[in-house]
Design a protein around this ligand. Structure first.
Ligand code: ATP
Ligand code: MN
Length: 157
């Protein structure tokens, strides 16, 4: 039923808790996993504005090169997870892109024709008092694909 899964990750512990469920889905018939990391373009723009204030304006032209490096680094981190999934018998696809996370997650789910999205309830910003983080909330609002939302284990349990 859920043969092709999208696993979006911000590399947080909470997203890691969701990865454990992706692996378990192999027993339930899942065979393909799309791993997706979105480098938040709002953060890149902000960083760039700040840096531009302190450094030579000539650096502005280097933005594309910096973004490429950030995405290459993200891709390498996805590859580390990819090894675990390949060993578990999954066919995988790795995607590292720049954009607004919930938009890229929703669009990738549609473009890749996945049957399930598995993601963390929280992420790197981790305000646990909130029921879910804003990325997961926006994905739930916008996608027509079923979403498995995984809460991280409570500390001490
Ligand atoms: P917020 O970002 O709203 O302050 P948060 O960081 O705790 O709160 P979310 O951003 O909603 O929570 O993260 C929930 C899940 O969404 C993560 O576990 C991960 O699966 C996914 N996610 C979040 N950000 C990204 C991203 N940049 N790329 C891919 N997946 C992401
Ligand atoms: Mn977040």
């Amino acid at each position: 039923m859920f043969t092709k899964v999208l696993y979006p990750t911000d590399f947080s512990d909470s997203a890691g808790a969701a990865l454990a469920y992706v692996k378990k889905l192999h027993e339930a018939g899942a065979t393909q996993v799309v791993l997706l990391h979105v480098y938040d373009s709002r953060m890149i723009d902000l960083r760039w504005e700040i840096e531009a204030e302190y450094t030579d304006k000539g650096m502005m032209g280097a933005k594309d090169a910096v973004v490429k490096k950030l995405l290459d680094a993200s891709y390498e981190r996805l590859k580390e997870m990819d090894d675990q999934l390949s060993d578990a018998g999954f066919e995988t696809e790795l995607i590292a892109v720049e954009g607004i996370p919930y938009q890229k997650i929703t669009k990738t789910a549609a473009d890749k024709g996945v049957s399930l999205i598995v993601m963390g309830s929280h992420g790197e910003h981790g305000v646990m008092e909130r029921v879910i983080g804003s990325t997961t909330e926006r994905v739930l609002r916008e996608t027509s694909v079923p979403v498995l939302v995984v809460r991280p284990a409570k500390k001490g349990s």
